[in-house]
Design a protein around this ligand. Sequence first.
Ligand code: SF4
Length: 466
Amino acid sequence: MRHYCGLFGVFGHPESAVLTSLGLYAQQHRGQESAGICTSDGRRIHRFADMGLVNDVFNPDRLRTLPGSAAIGHVRYSTTGSSCATNAQPLLFEFAGGQTCVGHNGTLTNAAELREEFEARGHIFQTSSDTEVIIHLLAAPEHQANPRPLASVLERVEGAFSLVFLFRDRVVAARDPHGFRPLCLGRMPDGAYVVASETCALDIIDAEYVRDVAPGEILTIDAGGLTSEHFGPEGLQRGGACIFEHVYFADPASDIFGDNVHMVRRRLGEALAREAPVDADLVIPIPNCARCAALGYSGASGLPLGRGFTTSHYIGRSFILPDQASRDLAVKMKLNVIKEAVRGKRLIVVEDSVVRGTTTRGKISALRRAGAAEIHLRVASPPLRHPCYYGIDFPDPQKLVARNRSVEEIRDFLGVDSLHYLSVEGMLGCVKHPQTDYCSACFTGDYPTQIQRPVEKLALERNGKR
Ligand code: SF4
């Protein structure tokens, strides 16, 4: 399972490209495939985007080629469209309405239908990303003639979208009516406004958090200040704030959907300890994401928190390796068991989530070989059984370890003495808002929106197709 995208935007700052690179750097955990920045100097828009990490793509010389006091930026992991420089965002287009750039976090669930509609009318698409349909809609005469062109466009698209746009004279941020992905507004000490997927991007540039961009809001930042308008249906009964942002994706330092991520993860661990206590010697997280939950489990159970693994920071990303054997080796190189710490001990191992189960099984077997006396696995989220259509790249559902297995069968597969997954109620009891404000469909199968035709990751590719 992979991270997806991070967004940043700033208006009214002379160092807009530098600030954007810092905002993207703080959100590198949201996407490591490509990075891009567009700036406006008031007359024209400048763009650079390429494959790689923010630090590799943007050095000081490169940033100097991006002048202007308004900018947007994007880090990407592809959830639709292949991983290539053509699909790197922000995307820049020119049409009768002028130059427009867009960066997107999420997945448009009706992108395939919209694209077919446009292609039947002779439109030529430059990328295989779902995001491009937004630009084709925006350029369409019926939307250009609308007094609220962007609102009318966003009412045509479905699914999950947090968006940042850069026009010659403004930055615009928008969030889908269910609010699947986070997006917040901040302000610099000199008064410049910034927007970002996560508040950790505000911290790095000393911006103050102002508020979240609301679900169904279009927020325009220009020389006149802020303007807000609403689009989409009023009074939706269901929200869609992705609970997985709290479980796994977001940075622990960030505040999203009204809660601090670290504190939510601690509460998940505490709830887990209450639901499934067990007598043991030591609580250890399977690094790194489960640290906050393990801290919560340890605090609530009164059992000491320990360290069972060392982590190497010098191994590249294991998921890009071509086969399972190489990935297994990379995991071994990345995590090494501290034998003295676990030998003869009854361990409670805390994981944030279990996806395919193969990596967890490898770590459990390493603990066994190191002489652990008992291993009790506690997972700080419910079993993952369903695909995500809203911007998270889950493996094929058939490969999810919990898809067609009971908890007892998973326990047997993972080779642990006992296994407990946090209940759905336990998980949703750890966040601030009512359960109906959140999406937890990958655990429950209850999707907040109708999915007519799921968008497969490469569904919009044209390579080799007639
Ligand atoms: S299906 Fe899961 S990962 Fe996708 S938006 Fe809903 S909670 Fe998040």
